[in-house]
Design a protein around this ligand. Structure first.
Ligand SMILES: N[C@@H](CCC(=O)N[C@@H](CS)C(=O)NCC(=O)O)C(=O)O
Length: 204
């Protein structure tokens, strides 16, 4: 049984989705970010960076392991189970490419938009607008990739699980554009998967 320390956030959703889709037993331990639980001494022992998600896998190769970083956890689970990790080397490279697009480019700008709107001491519409436009451009890039294919790396993979929760949280930008038909079809198909719905609900 894997312990998942999580909040209602896209990074936590990624991990819960992967656990659900792999059929792995897990228990959610909610971390209340608004109360600063991520900075408690107990939590900092799990992740000195004070952020969710974190998993503790008692059955990791070589003994119990604590793993942080949603992307690292997805890769770990993909390698452990052999699931959502294309076997064909070329397609696997594509999955890595789109996984990194999600985990670095798209996620970073989504976080920066959140900071510009809600956290930074000097709020700035210009800064928020800059991050929004970058995200809008990235949505267009993902939309173009999905033309004529069901999933980012052709078969369902960790790339889709990494990107979907962040697109979901930025869906207003998809609707504002109004022309991202391939991305919308992809998001609808993922939303309809019971494992994805269960993963999102598990950390809500
Ligand atoms: N790159 C990390 C980001 C983790 C992260 O920033 N988590 C946020 C929630 S989405 C958090 O716990 N923030 C608490 C804080 O910064 O105090 C990952 O992918 O897991």
């Amino acid at each position: 049984m894997i312990d998942l320390y999580a909040a209602n956030s896209s990074n936590s959703q990624r991990v819960a989705i992967m656990l659900e889709e792999c059929g792995i037993d897990y228990e959610v331990h909610r971390v209340d970010l608004s109360r600063g639980e991520q900075r408690s001494d107990t939590f900092l022992q799990l992740n000195p960076a004070g952020a969710v998600p974190v998993i503790v896998d008692p059955d990791a190769p070589g003994g119990s392991m604590t793993i942080t970083q949603s992307g690292a956890i997805l890769l770990y689970l993909a390698m452990k189970t052999g699931r959502y990790f294309p076997k064909d080397p070329a397609m696997r490279a594509r999955a890595f490419e789109w996984f990194m697009f999600a985990a670095s480019d798209f996620s970073s700008y989504s976080t920066m938009l959140f900071l510009a709107n809600a956290v930074l001491p000097d709020k700035s519409d210009a800064n928020a607008g800059f991050f929004e436009e970058r995200l809008a451009r990235y949505l267009g890039v993902a939309n173009a990739r999905l033309e004529g294919r069901q999933f980012l790396a052709d078969e369902l993979s960790i790339a889709d699980f990494a990107l979907y929760p962040v697109v979901r949280v930025r869906y207003a930008l998809v609707e504002r554009d109004g022309k991202l038909a391939h991305l919308t079809k992809w998001a609808d198909a993922l939303a309809a998967r019971p494992g994805i719905a269960r993963g999102i609900a598990a950390v809500a």
